[in-house]
Design a protein around this ligand. Structure first.
Ligand code: SAH
Ligand code: SF4
Length: 411
């Protein structure tokens, strides 16, 4: 039997962060249990069996624990309640008993920013002082929350700012599901309702590689998808991977959400350079795993993300090769062309709009949808690949200031 996440956390005494272990052979870090200083246990992020177990561990008799777990589940994930005294179907004597032993937390918000285009970005902090980010992108007909799975990322794709962060740690289920709950709080969207909500879609496209934090991502998304929980359909959730081939079948079987794959190049030479994980899992292997992905069909196509880097991967020949590969593997696919979002010190430039159009036309004329993703929230560094957290950003700002002072001193 799989050990429950709750027990695993109780027993884990692992380091909370680690240096980047290398370009192509990252080591996933065990998840961390951070005991609250007041001794209470945080129920945020616990799945159904773990909620029950937490209550039983607090000496509640098993039948009671089962009933209370069901009630708590509804209040926590469907109603968004964090205060036990508001749980009206739990007795007035039980409420303080719960409050003495448990809390229902939210990620700590360090900063909330709003872009001129309405995109919102939150800088969040874990109890062990690691910073991560989430982004909400409102559109006319939908609202998409871009959720992080790790602090930083071990994979170092050369065009991605997140990949340059020095410290990496997996986020826990609580920290992942907490992002969605926080967004619901901010948008005033409790209780979970099927119609008329602003937060309609979730993309696992924030900081980190979700398939290197598989268990926590899976367990968090299970809560997000639960009909009596956050109640978002698996059809409205997309998991983006840079191509962790051995985990893709499991993602299909155990999570079942839509798949997006960060392809970004069609030759070994270029993909090896820009997505170093390609040296371990090559393009053919990756596309075969896509063809085998159980949810891939014409109604739920796989999205291939393709960041447009000037003179690197944006030629007409690249576009034609992309079409050939998709057809060769008979993939129900659409291509998402992402204009490269620059960041200070990035080694690439954004392709020209004409290049992007020409590339898009070639793919489109082959019968494959190839929309160009409009960059959102660039002014607050919230666009794809720009996420990198404040501690480092502030030190960079500090460095810039120092450089300016030096220049000024030089006259
Ligand atoms: N690690 C996962 C998910 C997070 S990245 C993955 O790589 O798929 C989300 C998307 O943003 C990926 O397709 C990624 O390649 C893209 N991206 C990263 N840096 C970017 C940049 N500077 N400009 C545009 N897109 C970028
Ligand atoms: Fe990690 Fe994705 Fe960025 Fe690559 S693009 S470094 S996998 S977050």
């Amino acid at each position: 039997m799989r050990e429950s996440g709750y027990m695993a956390r109780m027993q884990t005494d692992a380091p909370l962060s680690m240096p980047i272990p290398g370009h192509i052979d990252p080591v996933p870090v065990p998840r961390a249990f951070v005991a609250r200083p007041d001794g209470r246990i945080d129920l945020l992020g616990l799945g159904k069996p773990d909620l029950r177990l937490a209550l039983e561990t607090a000496q509640l008799e098993p039948k009671q624990a089962k009933l209370r777990a069901k009630q708590l589940w509804h209040w926590i994930y469907n109603r968004g309640v964090t205060d036990f005294s508001l749980m009206t179907d739990i007795s007035k004597t039980m409420q303080p008993w719960l409050a003495d032993r448990f809390v229902i937390s939210r990620p700590e918000v360090i900063e909330a920013q709003v872009s001129t285009d309405g995109t919102r970005k939150w800088l969040l902090r874990t109890p062990d002082a690691q910073d991560y980010e989430m982004v909400f992108i409102p559109d006319a007909d939908r609202g998409t929350l871009c959720v992080s799975s790790q602090v930083g990322c071990t994979l170092n794709c050369r065009f991605c700012h997140t990949g340059t962060m020095r410290l990496v740690r997996n986020l826990t289920e609580a920290e992942i599901v907490g992002q969605v709950m926080l967004a619901r709080d901010a948008l005033g969207e409790w209780p979970s309702q099927p119609e008329g909500r602003m937060l309609t879609n979730i993309v696992m496209m924030g900081m980190g590689e979700p398939l290197y934090n598989f268990d926590a991502v899976r367990d968090a998304l299970k809560i997000v998808m639960d009909g009596d929980g956050l109640a978002l359909s698996k059809r409205r959730i997309t998991l983006s991977t840079s191509g962790v081939v051995p985990m893709m079948a499991r993602a299909g079987a155990e999570i079942g959400v839509n798949l997006a794959v960060s392809l970004h190049a069609v030759t070994k030479e270029v993909r090896d350079e820009i997505v170093p994980l390609n040296r371990k899992y090559g393009i053919e292997e990756l596309l075969q795993a896509c063809a085998d992905y159980p949810q891939a069909n014409n109604a739920r196509r796989i999205t291939f993300e393709y960041v447009m880097l000037k003179d690197k991967n944006d030629s007409d020949a690249d576009a034609r090769e992309l079409v050939r590969l998709i057809k060769h593997y008979k993939l129900p696919a659409k291509v998402n062309l992402i204009p490269f979002n620059p960041w200070p010190g990035a080694p690439y430039d954004t392709s020209t709009p004409e290049r992007v159009r020409s590339f898009s036309n070639i793919v489109f004329e082959a019968g494959i949808s190839a929309p160009v993703r409009t960059p959102r929230g660039r002014d607050i560094d919230a666009a794809c690949g720009q996420l990198k957290t404040a501690s480092e950003k502030k030190s960079r700002a500090e460095l810039d200031r120092q450089a300016e002072e030096k220049l000024a001193a030089l006259g």
